[in-house]
Design a protein around this ligand. Structure first.
Ligand SMILES: Cc1cc2nc3c(=O)[nH]c(=O)nc-3n(C[C@H](O)[C@H](O)[C@H](O)COP(=O)(O)OP(=O)(O)OC[C@H]3O[C@@H](n4cnc5c(N)ncnc54)[C@H](O)[C@@H]3O)c2cc1C
Length: 483
C-alpha cells in the first residue's frame, strides 16, 4: 500500500528556514515600490504552499513583479494537520493568511482564485470566473492530492488528510463517534469506535498515535464511560514494516511504541475494498468501522499541474530540466510536490521525495533562476540538500534520522520534533499558541480543542446511504476558518 509514497511524508531536519518572519521585513529602501513597476518582469506563482512561499520570498527584494495565486487565502502547515484532525490543535494554529505574509512587501501581491489552466501562447494564467493573469514567468507550485489507487470505495468512504478542510471534517467525525457511543453504548461492537488508518508512513503513524491519546484522554478526562479496551485503532499498510524511508530499527521502535499504545498493526496487508461500514483486506479480513483515515499516498494527477499540457511522469509530476524549468515551456518552472524535482549531482537520475524541504529548496532555486535569466546570466542546476527525516508517534516518542545515519528517538527525538515544528510554523502567534498548547497538554495530560464545529447534527446517520458516515464535504468548511 505504501509503495511510492512513504518517503513523501517525512519532515526534514532544520536547515535554511522558510523564514516567514523575514518576509515583509526587508528594509524599505531595498524594495521596489508598488506603482513603479510598469516595466518589470511579471512572475506568477501558482500555489502558496511551502514551495510557492519560498519562491515568493526569494523574489521579494528583486526587481520583478510577483503575483501569488492560491485557491485558499491561507497557507497550510500540512505536517501538523494530523493534530487538527485529532483535536490536538485548532485549525487556525496551523494556517496563516497569505496576505499577512506579503502585505508589506511592495513587489509581491496575492490573488485569491483558482487557476484553471495556462494559455502558453498568450502567456496568461486562466482564473476561474475572472480575467486571465498575464505573466512573463510562471512557477507552478500547486502541490498534490490524495491518491486512492482505484481501490473500490476508498475515495467515497475514507477521510483523506490533505487540506485544513479534511482535518476539520475528520475531527468533527471522530468526536461525533465518541458522542454517539455515549448515547448508544451498544454500538461499540459495530465498528463505531473502530478507527482504521491506511498507510504506515509518518502521517499514518502520527494519526494512529494521536488517536490513541485522544481515546485515552476522552475516558480519563471527558466523562466518556465506554470501555477503552473495546475501542480499536487499526493501522494497515501493504508493506511488511512501518516508516519505510527510515532505518529498520526506527520502524521497529515505531511498531513497538504503537502496539504499547493499543494500536493494532496489519502490515503486509492491502486494502481491497472500503464500504460505509467496513474495510476489507486482501486476506479476507473484514474490519467493521465507520472511520477510515486515508494516509495511503499522493498524486499530482487530477491537480492543475496535470492540466497544463506539459510533460509529466507516471504519478502526474511535471518533468523538469536540471534547472527546474519545463522542457517545452522555458519561461515556466515547476517545484515542490507538483514536480519530479531532480535530486542533483549527489544522486544523478534520482528524483526528490515530496517533502516540505524539497518544496522550500526548489522554490528558492526556481526564483533564483528567473532572476538569473532576467539579468542575463545562465541558469544553474538544482541540488537537493538532504537534512534528514523525522516522525512522531506521540507523547515522548519520536524518531529523527540524520543524513549520515545517526538516529535519535524517544524523548530526545520527540523534543527535537516539537522544536522543529514550532520553528517552521508560520507566524509568531502560531508558534506561541502551539508551544503553549503542547506544554499545557503535556503538563495537564488533557487533550486539545475537542470541539465539533460543523452544525449538521444529523450528519450521522447519513440520509443518503444509511451508512452512518458523514461524508467529507458535509460540514468541513464551517470547521476550518483560520482564526
Ligand atoms: C498530512 C500531511 C503531512 C505531511 N507531513 C510532512 C512532514 O512531516 N514533513 C515533510 O517534510 N513533509 C510533510 N508533508 C509533505 C509536505 O507538506 C509537502 O511536501 C509540501 O507541502 C509540498 O509543498 P508544495 O508547495 O509543493 O505544495 P502544497 O503545500 O500542497 O501547496 C500547494 C498550494 O497550491 C494551491 N493550489 C493547488 N491548486 C491550485 C489551483 N488550481 N489554483 C490555485 N491554487 C492552487 C493549494 O491551495 C496550496 O496552497 C506532509 C503532507 C501531508 C498532506
Amino acid at each position: 500500500m505504501s509503495h511510492g509514497w512513504d518517503s513523501t511524508l517525512v519532515f526534514s531536519i532544520p536547515g535554511p528556514l522558510l523564514a516567514s518572519a523575514a518576509i515583509g521585513q526587508l528594509p524599505d529602501n531595498a524594495r521596489p515600490h508598488r506603482g513603479n513597476m510598469g516595466s518589470m518582469h511579471r512572475v506568477v506563482i501558482v500555489g502558496a504552499g511551502f514551495g510557492g512561499l519560498s519562491a515568493a520570498r526569494a523574489l521579494a527584494d528583486e526587481r520583478v513583479e510577483v503575483t501569488v495565486v492560491d485557491q485558499r487565502n491561507f497557507h497550510t502547515f500540512q505536517p501538523l494537520l494530523y493534530e487538527v484532525s485529532t483535536a490536538g490543535l485548532d485549525p487556525g494554529d496551523v494556517a496563516y493568511p497569505i496576505r499577512a505574509i506579503f502585505g508589506r512587501t511592495p513587489n509581491v501581491t496575492f490573488r485569491y482564485g483558482t487557476v484553471t489552466g495556462v494559455d502558453w501562447d498568450a502567456r496568461s494564467v486562466r482564473l476561474e470566473g475572472t480575467d486571465p493573469l498575464p505573466f512573463d514567468w510562471i512557477i507552478v507550485a500547486s502541490g498534490a492530492i490524495a491518491k486512492f489507487f482505484g481501490i473500490p470505495g476508498a475515495q467515497q468512504f475514507t477521510h483523506p488528510l490533505y487540506t485544513l478542510a479534511d482535518a476539520g471534517h475528520l475531527r468533527d467525525h471522530i468526536l461525533r463517534r465518541l458522542e454517539e457511543i455515549d448515547a448508544h453504548p451498544e454500538r461499540i461492537t459495530d465498528g463505531t469506535l473502530t478507527f482504521v488508518v491506511v498507510g504506515g508512513g509518518p502521517t499514518g503513524v502520527e494519526v494512529a498515535g494521536a488517536l490513541a491519546e485522544l481515546l485515552d484522554v476522552s475516558v480519563r478526562h471527558d466523562g466518556f464511560d465506554f470501555d477503552r479496551s473495546h475501542a480499536r485503532i487499526v493501522l494497515v499498510d501493504g508493506l511488511s514494516r512501518l516508516l519505510t524511508p527510515f532505518k529498520e530499527s526506527a520502524a521497529t521502535y515505531a511498531a513497538d511504541t504503537l502496539k504499547d499504545r493499543t494500536v493494532e498493526l496489519q502490515l503486509g496487508r492491502m486494502v481491497k475494498e472500503v464500504t460505509a461500514t467496513s474495510v476489507e483486506l486482501d486476506d479476507g479480513t473484514r474490519i467493521p468501522t465507520r472511520t477510515v483515515v486515508w494516509a495511503g499516498g499522493v498524486t499530482v494527477s487530477g491537480t492543475i499541474a496535470s492540466e497544463l499540457g506539459a510533460l509529466s511522469d507516471h504519478n502526474g509530476r511535471l518533468v523538469v530540466r536540471a534547472d527546474l524549468a519545463l522542457p517545452d515551456h522555458h519561461q515556466a518552472y515547476a517545484i515542490g510536490d507538483a514536480a519530479a524535482v531532480p535530486w542533483g549531482k549527489d544522486k544523478p537520475g534520482t528524483t526528490c521525495p515530496q517533502l516540505a524541504q524539497v518544496a522550500i529548496q526548489s522554490g528558492k532555486h526556481a526564483a533564483q533562476q528567473i532572476v538569473n535569466r532576467v539579468e542575463g546570466r545562465p541558469t544553474l542546476p538544482f541540488q537537493y540538500h538532504d537534512k534528514g527525516m523525522m516522525a512522531t508517534i506521540g507523547r515522548r516518542a519520536a524518531i529523527a534520522e540524520f543524513p549520515k545515519g545517526r538516529v535519535i528517538r524517544g524523548t530526545l527525538g520527540w523534543l527535537a520534533w516539537l522544536g522543529l515544528h514550532i520553528l517552521y510554523l508560520i507566524g509568531f502567534r502560531n508558534k506561541i499558541i502551539v508551544l503553549v498548547n503542547w506544554s499545557w497538554r503535556y503538563l495537564s495530560w488533557t487533550s486539545g480543542p475537542r470541539i465539533i464545529v460543523g452544525e449538521d447534527m444529523n450528519a450521522h446517520p447519513d440520509p443518503d446511504d444509511g451508512s452512518g458516515i458523514d461524508h467529507p464535504g458535509n460540514d468541513a468548511d464551517a470547521a476550518v476558518s483560520p482564526s
